[in-house]
Structures are given as structure tokens and as C-alpha cells.
Design a protein. Structure first.
Length: 98
């Protein structure tokens, strides 16, 4: 367990999940998916949404990166850097649990 105020750091072995207070929901009016958190709404782009959907509490960050590299036929180093930065930012905001 981490001490209060201690920052969780994303690693390839981290197993991210969405906390109970965060959910993904489709908004039919805007025809887009929103990420809902108490008193906050986020409108992620397609790739961010794809990353968040893979935060299932079973897949490691390494597996998420490998899947995205395959799905988007992209450079592994670039995808890894983007995914780790994204998950770190969302973890720091308490929107992703590591």
C-alpha cells in the first residue's frame, strides 16, 4: 500500500483499471463516448478511449501496448511512450488505478 500523497508510477508490469467512480458512457446527443467521474466529464479521442477500454484490471501495460501496436500497425517505442504518458496523467488525476 502506498503512503498518502505518494505517486503511483506506470510500468510495463502495471495492471491498470478504472476505479469505481469512473465509467465510460455513450452520449447519444453528441454521438460520442464520455468518461464520467464525479462532477467531471471527459471527451476522449478514439485512441484514448481504446486505451481506457483495455484498462480491465487483467491486462498489463506491456500487453496493452503490444495490442495497440498490432491494431494500429505502429512503432512500438512511440506507442509505449504515448500509452505510458497517458496512463500516468490519468493515474495522477485518480482516473486510472495502477
Amino acid at each position: 500500500m502506498m503512503a498518502l500523497g505518494e505517486r503511483a508510477l506506470v510500468s510495463l508490469q502495471s495492471v491498470p483499471s478504472l476505479p469505481r467512480h469512473v465509467r465510460i458512457q455513450y452520449d447519444p446527443v453528441r454521438q460520442a463516448f464520455a468518461v464520467l467521474s464525479p462532477e467531471k466529464v471527459f471527451w476522449p479521442n478514439e485512441i484514448s478511449l481504446d486505451i481506457l477500454r483495455r484498462c480491465d484490471g487483467r491486462s498489463t501495460v506491456g500487453h496493452i501496448i503490444a495490442d495497440l501496436v498490432f491494431d494500429y500497425d505502429s512503432d512500438q517505442e512511440a506507442v509505449a511512450a504515448d500509452v505510458i504518458a497517458f496512463l500516468q496523467e490519468w493515474s495522477d488525476k485518480l482516473l486510472v488505478r495502477l
